[in-house]
Design a protein around this ligand. Structure first.
Ligand code: THG
Length: 257
């Protein structure tokens, strides 16, 4: 499982305040903790705090000063991406493009230039489709664009778009149906990723909902996740689900892990 740590996001108050004050400490503390928890990428999200690429580059530099985990550049703005990607010491994960033509035209050539990977969202000019069929159709467009630009299909992470259960309860199942179809769209197969914590937004029992849904998503083929990497029970759920999917061999090392 490819784990992308979600915590360096200005949606969290401590990170928002740190970015506004240009105080590296909270970012570096979360970078260290997430790297120690075994993250494969550290997501960096500037949110609405600033629209300056230089602020995103600053965030990335603070993280890279203390860990060498690759960065997930969480922005939908081309100007921010173009500046932030220059700051990355290792090929990053670009999070994310939609399937809207103008967005793909802007993002994919940058990804190709930097040998990066990219998350693709099945959203077009009309928005996010409510059904699996249309999401899969847009995912195919994303993969076609990747091939056209020389981005290997296994550098593409398809996101089925997890929505809050509290407001769109029927979508949880649609996302599972979408995920099941993604690996069939290209060879080598694309990765399947999602922003897990979206599911439990504004609910009680957030952690229980997150880890139950994650087990179901892994059953549907998910092999990457943007999540709370510090959640020990979530990490245990990942190990157990991967064992049950026969992606890991059962060994006595499973028990201490
Ligand atoms: N797909 C992709 N990228 C993404 C998302 C996605 N990036 C952003 C987001 N979704 C994933 N990251 C988070 C980070 C934190 C939370 C949810 C998603 C979270 N929020 C709290 C909540 O929902 O209640 C509120 C924050 C707080 O506690 O202050 O946990 O889907 N490609």
């Amino acid at each position: 499982m490819i784990i992308i740590g979600e915590r360096i996001n200005t949606g969290f108050k401590d990170i928002k305040e740190a970015v506004m004050a240009h105080d590296p400490k909270p970012l570096q503390e979360w970078a260290r903790k997430q790297a120690a928890a075994g993250c494969d990428y550290i997501d960096v999200n500037l949110g609405a705090v600033s629209s300056k690429g230089s602020d995103m580059a600053w965030m990335i530099e603070q993280v890279q000063a203390v860990v060498d985990t690759p960065i997930s550049i969480d922005t939908n703005k081309e100007a921010i991406l173009a500046e932030a990607i220059k700051a990355c010491k290792k090929p990053p994960l670009v999070n994310s493009t939609t399937a809207a033509q103008a967005k793909m035209d802007a993002f994919f050539p940058i990804v190709a230039d930097y040998h990066a990977s990219i998350i693709g969202l099945p959203i077009d000019e009309a928005g996010t489709p409510k059904n699996a069929e249309k999401r899969v159709e847009l995912a195919a467009l994303l993969l076609a664009k990747a091939m056209e630009c020389g981005v290997p299909t296994d550098h593409v992470f398809l996101d089925p778009i997890v929505m809050p259960l509290k407001f769109l309860q029927d979508q949880a199942k649609v996302v599972l149906e979408t995920a099941r179809q993604y690996p069939l769209l290209a060879d080598p197969a694309p990765h399947i990723v999602c922003g897990l914590s979206n599911i439990s937004n504004k609910t009680l029992h957030k952690k229980l909902i997150d880890r139950t849904y994650l087990a179901m998503l892994i059953g549907a083929g998910l092999d990457a996740v943007i999540a709370d990497a510090m959640d020990v029970e979530l990490r245990q759920t990942i190990l157990t689900a991967e064992l049950l999917m026969n992606r890991q061999i059962y060994a006595d090392s499973y028990i201490p892990a």
